[in-house]
Write a protein of this length. Structure first.
Length: 205
């Protein structure tokens, strides 16, 4: 039963995601450019979705896009030196120190285990490599937090498991394997929901 419901959820999310993405495309352009413009060499994007960042990559040897939703991956039209892979972020199927750059955008709110995902990023990222991120994080308003928490199960079903009450600022700021730079931005699109974006980069020691 769980497998069936998960399949339905993935198909539903793959259907509605392009509409959500297109609605905020202009506002998100700055963030997409930020997380891709300094990537180079062998690049891994975790949770690539329908490939919204694909056209922003300019300098790479190999680009690997992974997602755990096959219906979203099917929407991507790969380019030269680009590989699509169905995989989970908490067990990346790559050798240690495989990538020069790793990217995630609005992913950590939906993974099964944030700590495992960040540990896997550390494992497959080369020394002096960089992890670029753009993520949701919790709002510092207890009333909004409680209201949103009531509806979180419905929200997660329709949005691929997105937990909008996760404290990703804390999660990323707790990383000890690299030097972090974190910025915070409130989106006009989701201002009424009390959600914030954080974006930045971590340079691995």
């Amino acid at each position: 039963m769980y497998k069936f419901l998960n399949t339905i959820r993935n198909k539903l999310f793959a259907f509605i995601y392009p509409f959500i993405d297109n609605f905020a495309s202009e506002e998100n352009k700055f963030l997409r450019i930020y997380i891709t413009k300094k990537t180079s060499g062998n690049i891994l994007e975790i949770g690539a979705g329908n490939g919204g960042n694909l056209n922003y990559y300019k300098n790479y040897n190999n680009l690997i896009l992974i997602d755990n939703n096959i219906d979203l991956l099917k929407k991507i039209k790969p380019v030269n030196r680009c590989t699509l892979l169905l995989a989970s972020s908490d067990f990346l199927p790559f050798k240690k120190s495989s990538f020069d750059s790793i990217v995630s955008s609005l992913v950590l709110c939906s993974v099964n285990d944030v700590l495992k995902t960040l540990n896997e990023i550390n494992r497959v990222l080369k020394s002096k490599g960089e992890y670029f991120f753009w993520e949701h994080t919790i709002v510092n308003n207890k009333i909004i937090y409680i209201i949103k928490d009531v509806f979180i199960f419905i929200w997660k079903f329709f949005t691929g498991g997105c937990n909008y009450n996760i404290d990703n600022f804390f999660n990323i700021n707790s990383i000890v394997w690299g030097k972090s730079r974190i910025y915070k931005k409130q989106s006009r699109f989701i201002k009424s929901l009390g959600l914030y974006y954080i974006y930045g980069e971590i340079c691995k020691y």
